[in-house]
Design a protein around this ligand. Structure first.
Ligand SMILES: NC(=O)c1ccc[n+]([C@@H]2O[C@H](COP(=O)([O-])OP(=O)(O)OC[C@H]3O[C@@H](n4cnc5c(N)ncnc54)[C@H](OP(=O)(O)O)[C@@H]3O)[C@@H](O)[C@H]2O)c1
Length: 340
């Protein structure tokens, strides 16, 4: 395991993060406590120190399990949790990005996690309601109180993240240092604005769903069951074609499809620390095998080709030959070429 700096911060995190949405069986497809502990232990033994959970995962069980698992050596772990999602039915203020929910949710997370600080607090998703200043000021207050060390943002449009960090910089508040997004061979739309923004603002990118909930392992091509519903875009014709190419590449390289899918995210030209999800220790051991190799360029090219997307306006317009000739030549292309 190697370690990376988390964006514009001095925090060292392992090059893979362990996702713990599978810790607990409340959602119908997770791991029981014993298996969750084995996943945690396996990740730690491989050198992993970066753990991702959320107030809402498995109705609080994921945080509770983690709290017990890390208790013996709390300071070793870089513990990330999230706030925003509802954790009491029918009570309006138990959800959202606002200050009341922020403070309440973090206090509850601290209790479940049996700790007095969170290394990285994520805004889980944008509520399109709370003013950006309220969110940034509230997060900064938590940092000032020592309850939270760093802040990050997940599932939010690029323009809001840019506005938030600009305001935080001008006011001397803690800016977001990391971005959590869905990003995989079958979800490349973050290449339009989120990834260029992360590069410009020096945000670490932590992709979730790198193997698309299992779809990119080829299990649905083989008719196996899994947790991805049949109507999901992760199982449409294009996604199945991409999954088939992942399987082909894996066979030719003598590795597994999960390893290929995870390494494709790690081989983009900006810091990416994938959040690896697993339901069984065997799956996690398989995924950790991605640390042993890199995908050679010709195979990367094949994966890029089968999964490519249109960037859309203004990117395609700015890259078009007509505009290129009369303006800034290849500069715009240089920014986007690595992704096409
Ligand atoms: N910010 C957000 O909105 C957000 C959203 C989702 C997730 N996350 C975070 O990201 C983490 C990972 O997300 P994810 O679970 O959706 O993504 P994922 O890593 O794409 O999928 C994990 C699932 O794929 C299957 N799997 C894992 N390793 C495998 C292997 N080596 N071979 C075959 N199948 C394998 C398992 O499904 P089966 O049960 O079918 O075997 C497992 O539950 C979560 O734990 C969470 O921490 C964040």
């Amino acid at each position: 395991m190697h370690y990376r700096l988390l964006g514009r911060s001095g925090l060292r995190v392992s090059e893979l993060c362990l996702g713990t949405m599978t810790f607990g069986t409340e959602w119908g497809w997770g791991a029981d406590k014993q298996e969750s502990y084995r996943l945690f232990e396996t990740f730690g033994k491989a050198g992993g120190n970066f753990l991702d959970t959320a107030n809402r995962y498995t109705e609080g069980t994921s945080e509770r399990f983690l709290g017990e698992f890390i208790e013996a050596d709390r300071d070793h772990w870089v513990l990330a949790t999230k706030y925003t999602l509802k954790d009491r039915n029918g009570d309006l203020n138990f959800a959202g990005n606002h200050r009341k929910n922020l403070f309440r949710s973090v206090q509850e997370s601290l209790k479940r996690l049996k700790t007095d600080y969170i290394d990285l607090l994520w805004v889980h998703m944008w509520d399109a309601t709370t003013p950006v200043e309220e969110v940034m000021r509230g997060l900064d207050d938590l940092v000032s109180r020592g309850m939270v060390h760093y802040v990050g943002i997940s599932d939010t449009p690029a323009w809001i993240v840019s506005q938030a960090n600009t305001i935080a910089d001008f006011r001397g508040w803690s800016p977001f240092v990391a971005l959590q997004i869905e990003y995989s061979l079958i979800q490349r739309t973050p290449e339009r604005d989120l990834l260029p923004m992360a590069r410009a603002l020096d945000l670490a990118v932590t992709p979730w769903g790198a193997i698309a909930g299992g779809a990119l392992t080829g299990k649905y091509l083989r008719g196996e069951n899994g947790r991805v519903p049949t109507h999901s875009i992760r199982r449409n014709d294009k996604s199945m074609t991409i999954a088939q190419e992942v399987v082909n590449v894996a066979q030719e390289l003598g590795v597994t499809p999960a390893q290929v899918a995870i390494n494709w995210t790690r081989q983009r030209d900006q810091v990416m620390v994938p959040i690896v999800g697993a339901r069984t220790t065997q799956q996690l051991l398989d995924s950790l095998g991605c640390l042993e190799f890199s995908i050679p360029p010709e195979y990367l090219g094949r994966l890029q080709e089968v999964s490519k997307i249109e960037l859309g306006f203004p990117h395609d317009f700015l890259r078009s030959d007509g505009v290129k000739d009369v303006t800034f030549g290849g500069l715009y292309n240089q920014l986007h070429n690595h992704r096409s």
